[in-house]
Design a protein around this ligand. Structure first.
Ligand code: BJW
Ligand code: ZN
Length: 249
């Protein structure tokens, strides 16, 4: 019975995607979990061992920038050694298959781009980019302009560099957010994948989609606060379900 209803839900998702000419995808940490990158919440999540308020707020960086940089360097290292997984690859195939496609990610890990996704918008920045507290200049790590000085990386202008990510209490990039909403309002379908759906404003995406008569499909290993709003909830691992769905389109 359970198997049957799961199969039925999967078929419904397939049918919707098959008829979609315009697809909006929102991803969260769950899509990179199978690449070995820790998620934030949940049993093995980062927030179980580290305090969000001590590490992911502007106040935390002001108080102890060295501590915050240590944490980010550690995560950069994990991400550098990770590879895109079948979920990332399936989204690349989906982008090629569907005429109009946009991927909004909350992830800072660059894995969608490394997998080959083209139309990616980063809502929370990129862990491999720095921003200067003085001149606001941004720079990808590994390029010449920044000296990775220990203990703190410094800009060529002398200002302290911070990771170019969005911390709690900070504004998300408005141009990216507006672009995403404009696309979403005219999309056929929104696929929401591997996010706990509790961090704003990304958490508002499913409701916004429904207000604009956009089909909503959620994929997660467990139910989230948005599962009750979406049209279809697919329970399972992104790295298993997504390739399965995409291959059958
Ligand atoms: C799988 C899987 C597999 C596992 N397959 N699935 C009170 C009420 C409402 C809002 C607020 C409030 N107080 C404060 C706020 C605003 C705040 C907020 O939302 N807080 C909530 C926690 C309540 N938001 C903000 O501050 C945002 N800015 C903003 O709102 O600006 C306006 C404003 C300004 C000033 C004051 C107030 C408002 C900014 C949010 C920035 C979030 N930043 C982080 C860190 C980024 C940098 C970094 O990476 O270091 O972004 S926090 C962290 O959470 C990270 C993530 O992108 C984000 C979302 O997490 P995500 O992706 O959902 O991951 P998880 O771990 O939570 O979930 C993983 C999911 O995957 C789970 O569901 C698993 O089940 C699933 N999964 N394996 C499929 N294999
Ligand atoms: Zn500078």
């Amino acid at each position: 019975m359970l198997e049957n209803s799961h199969h039925h839900t999967l078929e419904k998702a397939r049918a919707i995607l098959k008829h979609s000419r315009s697809l909006f995808v929102l991803t969260g940490a769950g899509i990179s979990a199978e690449s070995g990158i820790p998620t934030f919440r949940g049993k093995d999540g980062l927030w179980k061992s580290y305090s969000a308020m001590d590490l992911a707020t502007p106040e935390a960086f002001q108080k102890d920038p060295v501590l915050v940089w240590e944490w980010y360097h550690w995560r950069q290292e994990i991400i550098r050694n990770a590879r895109p997984n079948p979920a990332h690859t399936a989204l690349v195939a989906l982008e090629k298959h569907i005429p109009s496609f946009m991927l909004l990610t909350q992830n800072v890990d660059n894995l969608h781009q490394r997998a080959g996704s083209m139309n990616v918008l980063e809502l929370h920045g990129n862990i491999f980019r720095t921003r200067c507290l003085e001149c606001s200049g941004t720079c990808m790590i590994g390029t010449e302009d920044i000296k990775q000085k220990v203990p703190l990386p410094v800009c060529s202008c002398g200002g302290i560099l911070r990771p170019d990510v969005v911390w709690f209490g900070e504004m998300i990039p408005q141009d990216i957010w507006q672009n995403a909403l404009t696309f979403l309002a005219h999309a056929d379908t929104a696929l929401i994948c591997g996010t706990s759906g509790i961090v704003w404003p990304a958490a508002a995406i499913p409701e916004y989609a429904q207000q604009h008569n956009v089909h909503t499909i959620e994929l997660n290993i467990e139910k989230t606060p948005i599962s009750s709003i979406v049209e279809i909830f697919l329970e399972g691992k992104a790295g298993e379900l997504l390739p399965d769905i995409v291959n059958s389109l």
